[in-house]
Design a protein around this ligand. Structure first.
Ligand SMILES: [Zn+2]
Length: 451
């Protein structure tokens, strides 16, 4: 028998719904065997993973690399290297913050050109905006794995109203694809922002007051109503509230095809952290009250959250410090690619969250959502050998020097974690180990999912 290219042994392996002591064998970039206990499989390379957990590499369905056009904010080269350092072996890049936004086939071609710099595998989102219904088939033909729309205003990504969302969902359902929405009610957030600003409010708390949970719920309700009518698959990104998750759970129970994403920052921070940290912790929807964070954790533990994604949304530091005196002037978005696993490994186990559940929300479910399974998202024989080795007991404080982001700032700098990423493996190749990104340039491959 020919030796395997690589055997990882002596690990705590997180496979579907359970974990056990053992390992995997890898050849030609794929998992060829999974074993419990010891193995005598011959191998060219052996990793002794004593004390480490072996998980599927993360499939981060929500990142903004802002290239082309704003590559100085992140770009695919640094973004994908940071992904590798974060245990992310596949990312799906959002259609906005790049310029032009990815809303037609020509813009998708420009995005693809930029994305070829990636060192890990990736897929791309297409955008649904106010005037591009005619461009949706071209995006679909170009291989986007899903469509994203905003229900409230975003810079150079025009929001869709209910009529356009309905037309867009009908078209997207026809492709067999799905629509993801940023769910905050435009009238409520715009109206409250205007009122607060005209009252002279510039303080950090005003950001949260401008975007209450009611705005999120109103938008989720509307999107679910339209999904029910069109039969389209709907995905609600970055749900910040327990009531938002409950709305989605209730819709699922009625047979509506809707899934829920939340982000590590809603599980790690609360509104007191926005007060303390300032603009680096500004995001939309905003960080919520401490009790709300706990209620969101209850939904995670109950299995009501399908996907956890970073929503890595970088910018220049100047775009954050611009909000020091007026929170409304800061860029909204948290740089978090490297923090998803540390957050979940720190906060999860002490609340009773299993490693298998972490793998399900960060890898298996997103891979399924985007049609990337069974190639991606789980430790199974025949899947790509996309793996991450973590030390669940390693305590560390995140420092700017640890970040591989083009702009090394993050709300998470200074945070204490227990659970560190030791090694990331993409298609059998080590792309990150012990603080060093070892990936060869441009080795990432584009994924198009099921067509
Ligand atoms: Zn986003």
């Amino acid at each position: 028998m020919a030796p395997a290219d690589l055997v990882i042994r002596n690990a705590r392996v997180v496979a579907r719904d359970r974990d056990f002591r053992g390992g995997v064998a890898v050849s030609d970039g794929q998992i060829t065997a999974i074993f419990e206990g010891e193995s005598d499989l011959p191998a060219t390379d052996v990793i002794d993973a004593a004390g480490l957990v072996l998980m599927p590499g993360l499939v981060d369905g929500h990142v903004h690399f802002s290239e082309p056009g704003r590559g100085h904010w992140e770009g695919f080269e640094t973004g994908s290297r940071a992904a590798a350092a974060g245990g992310i072996t596949t990312f799906v890049e959002m259609p906005l913050n790049a310029h032009p936004p990815t809303v037609d086939a020509a813009a998708l071609a420009l995005k693809q050109q930029a994305a070829e710099k990636s060192v890990v595998d990736y897929a791309l989102w297409g955008g649904l905006v106010e005037d591009n219904l005619a461009d949706l088939p071209g995006l679909q033909a170009g291989g986007v794995v899903g469509f994203k729309a905003f229900m409230c205003t975003a810079s150079d990504f025009p929001r869709v109203d209910a009529r356009l969302m309905r037309a867009g969902m009908a078209a997207i359902a026809g492709f067999g694809s799905f629509l993801a929405v940023h769910a905050e009610d435009e009238a409520m957030t715009d109206g409250l922002t205007a009122t607060l600003r005209s009252a002279g409010r510039t303080d950090r708390a005003a950001w949260g007051e401008a975007r209450p949970i009611a705005a999120e719920l109103a938008a989720i309700d509307q999107a679910i109503i339209i999904a029910a009518e069109t039969g389209a698959r709907l995905h609600i990104v970055h749900v910040s509230s327990s009531a938002g998750i409950d709305r989605i759970s209730a819709a699922k129970a009625r047979g509506i095809r809707v899934t829920a994403e939340t982000c590590p920052h809603y599980l790690f921070f609360d509104e007191t952290d926005l007060e303390r940290i300032g603009p680096l912790a500004k995001c939309a929807p905003p960080l919520r009250a401490p009790a709300e964070r706990e209620a969101l954790w209850e939904r995670v533990l109950a299995g009501a959250v399908d996907v956890i994604a970073s929503d890595h949304s970088p910018c220049l530091i100047e775009e954050k410090t611009a909000g020091d005196a007026d929170i409304f002037k800061a860029w909204g978005g948290i740089s978090g690619l490297q923090s998803t696993l540390p957050v979940l490994l720190t906060e999860g186990p002490r609340r009773g969250l299993s490693l298998a559940a972490i793998a399900r929300m960060t890898a298996t479910n997103p891979a399924r959502l985007f049609g990337l399974d069974p190639q991606k998202g789980a430790i199974t024989v025949g899947a790509d050998a996309d793996l991450v080795l973590v030390d669940p007991d390693a305590a560390f404080t995140l420092a700017e020097e640890d970040l591989f982001y083009r702009n090394r700032h993050s709300a998470y700098v200074g945070a204490h974690f227990t659970g560190a990423i030791r090694q990331t493996i993409s298609r059998g190749e080590t792309v990150y180990v012990d603080g060093v990104v070892t990936a060869l340039p441009r080795r990432g491959r584009r994924l198009e999912g099921r067509r």
